[in-house]
Design a protein around this ligand. Sequence first.
Ligand SMILES: [Zn+2]
Ligand SMILES: [Zn+2]
Length: 381
Amino acid sequence: MAKRDYYEVLGLGRDAGEGDIKSAYRNLALKYHPDRNQGDSAAEEKFKEASEAYEVLSDAEKKAAYDRFGHAGIEGNFGSGGFQWSDFSHAGDFQDIFGDIFDSFFGGGGRRRSRGPAGPPQGRDLKIKVALTLEEIAEGVEKKIALTRLQRCGACDGAGAASGASRETCGTCGGQGQVQQVARTLFGQSMTVTDCPTCQGEGQLISDPCRECRGEGRERGQTTLTVRIPAGVQEGNYIPLRGQGEVGPRGGPSGDCLVFIEEEEHDYFTRDGNHVIYQLPLGFGQAALGAEVEVPTLEGKAMLKIPAGTQTGRVFRMSGKGIPDVNGRGVGDQLVQAVLWTPQDLNRRERELFAELAELESERVAAEGEGFFSKLRKAFS
Ligand SMILES: [Zn+2]
Ligand SMILES: [Zn+2]
């Protein structure tokens, strides 16, 4: 069964904002929640479908990938391929949504948010470029990319502590990561909670740092990533590889690796959206008499019939020989533009024939050419 469009699942248009997505999901989740539809498998399916759509559209990066590449953008680059119910691990989001729901049901006041230690920070995202030929873009391609990045320190396995040493609970905040400060103001006492200055909110300290990484928990290393690029991508598109960026210090989570697409210039094709333009040189004879000529396409050679009397500039359309749409909406065409090729360095025989032709031609060009050139001028103005 074909997967439904996520926007359609949520009953939204493509321009839906964060708030629309959240409230549409909330409404559907309320309606189809398994607790309220015991044993109703259709409702359960609807609930899962809506949850999946929300999981993607509520995540800025996944949404961007989905908006550009459709389901392929999610399946290729966010792990599992299909969504599985057990994958629904966005506990925080879930809590947020259902916290809201319960608030609206039971008139609960503001949500409590327990502020635990922040833990080590996330590593930075990496941006890399991958250059693709038009042929690769037309087919879709898997690329291996070698890069150097900050990775988990092997000696301490990212912990940052020397082997055998353990991380200690921060004495300043007692492991909470936050400290309370009481300030006296004109209006009485005010209490603020800030990140602990000793452990920077992490709640833990390393007293015996790993000697390899000096307590940083990471080191520079080489790796090779594999990225699956769907057919039809364009210059400037990017594919996010989740968790493949720099690892965070002291065992913090990894950032993402964003793979940006670059288009290599092609020897004889130019791209126009999903169409491919090719300029076909034609001799006078071929153009005048008609011919069957071989033209290159992204998939190899193909034959094209040129009718008699073809003018320079005329465009022939080879349907479906272009680039597939990245969202699966059809395939572009190859547009072949005839360009008259004028021979140089004529041999004697050629010179004779052209001279003879020129004599015959001159009157016709004067009579009929005028119309042709005025049409040409109109087309270019
Ligand atoms: Zn280390
Ligand atoms: Zn602390």
